[in-house]
Design a protein around this ligand. Structure first.
Ligand SMILES: [Zn+2]
Ligand SMILES: [Zn+2]
Length: 167
């Protein structure tokens, strides 16, 4: 079985409280999805962390990154971008609260930390670009590609209604 890249051996750190180690890890994490936005199947999540030995636990501080793809909320075209989430989380052998991650023996599994950070920061309703003009609500034209005449058309419809009353 392939070794999980997110599981870090921290025996040396635990033996010397106050010490630190810089670790960079990356690998695949399944099911990172919010709505239509997801980290692609072949896209890796990376974590750049400083691990600090504190009172029998480990404090992990750093950045978690991943590329995502999704659907533009205005024009439905492909949208993509990168999540860069700042993290500062504590790991303890017996977590007393939900906000602390578990530390199993001398192994620190940072995958749950990376997963939570990415899920929290994935854009639920992304844009393909900041000034996306979207689709016309009346005719469905992609206004990034072409201008439609629906705005002028709105005036014409009134006349069309009057015309319809004529015998
Ligand atoms: Zn768009
Ligand atoms: Zn239109």
């Amino acid at each position: 079985m392939e070794r999980n890249p997110f599981v870090l051996h921290v025996a040396t750190l635990l033996r010397s409280p106050g010490s630190r180690e810089h670790r960079i890890v990356s690998g695949r994490i399944d099911d990172l999805r919010v709505g239509t936005t997801a980290v692609g199947d072949h896209s890796k999540v990376s974590a750049d962390l400083v691990l600090e030995s504190v009172h029998g636990g480990i404090l992990a501080t750093g950045e978690v990154r991943a590329c995502w793809v999704g659907e533009c909320r205005r024009c439905l075209a492909r949208a993509s971008g990168e999540v860069r989430a700042f993290v500062r989380e504590l790991f303890e052998p017996q977590p007393a609260t939900d906000s602390v991650y578990p530390l199993t023996g001398e192994d620190l599994d940072v995958e749950p930390l990376a997963r939570d950070a990415i899920l929290l920061d994935l854009p639920l309703a992304p844009l393909c670009r900041q000034d996306c003009r979207g689709l016309c609500a009346a005719c469905g034209s992609d206004l990034n590609e072409e201008a439609c005449s629906c705005a002028e058309g709105a005036v014409d419809w009134r006349w069309a209604a009057l015309d319809a009353l004529k015998p």
